[in-house]
Design a protein around this ligand. Structure first.
Ligand SMILES: [Zn+2]
Ligand SMILES: [Zn+2]
Length: 191
């Protein structure tokens, strides 16, 4: 992905961000006379879409991963994950406690070595959700709002996932060398 594409702002919002303002409107609601024909826009549900440019698939899935992250229960970091093959969502996950146990939000963090270890991480939960439902995830791609920790990277690699698309780089540089050695694609998708 080019720097220009990475720097582009998403043109629709899933509720995490306020809807983008119409660039052709002044604050008082009057149309700005730019000499250019007004761009066609349409309101779909709560989202303001630009007809000239549909959502790129990577932006589309990463925006959904950010939405999934809003379910996370450890406020030290909210992470969301999505497993996708052939433009189809197979599974989702966010970081949260063991099923049925108290959440960090309720009882505080479970700290160990400077990290909260109460939660199962988002990408691990996405793999687990697929396993619980008998969904094959081999040769799929995983979208994660933050790059995987070393343990999750190992799960992803052994699950047969072939591409990791992450929203921000998170801490563990061991994944860079390992991904290269394995031929596992790592891509930053800024939205
Ligand atoms: Zn926590
Ligand atoms: Zn992890």
């Amino acid at each position: 992905m080019s720097t220009r594409e990475q720097n582009e702002k998403p043109f629709f919002s899933l509720g995490l961000f306020p809807p983008l303002a119409d660039p052709h409107k002044e604050k008082n609601g009057k149309k700005r006379n730019s000499g250019q024909p007004a761009r066609k826009k349409r309101l779909v549900g709560r989202y303001f879409l630009n007809d000239e440019k549909r959502a790129d698939w990577d932006v589309y899935f990463m925006e959904i991963a950010h939405r999934v992250a809003t379910r996370a229960t450890c406020d030290r970091k909210h992470v969301g994950s999505l497993i996708v093959r052939n433009k189809t969502i197979l599974s989702t996950g966010y970081n949260g406690s063991i099923r049925g146990m108290a959440h960090c939000d309720g009882v505080g963090h479970l700290m160990e070595g400077g990290h909260c270890v109460r939660t199962t991480h988002a990408e691990a939960n996405a793999i687990i959700q697929a396993a619980r439902n008998g969904v094959k995830i081999e040769d799929s791609e995983i979208y994660i709002t933050a790059s995987p920790c070393w343990n999750c990277f190992k799960l992803i690699a052994n699950a047969g996932i072939i591409c990791i698309k992450y929203g921000e780089f998170y801490r563990d540089e061991r994944i860079l060398g390992a991904a290269k050695e394995l031929g596992l694609e790592l891509r930053l998708i800024g939205v």
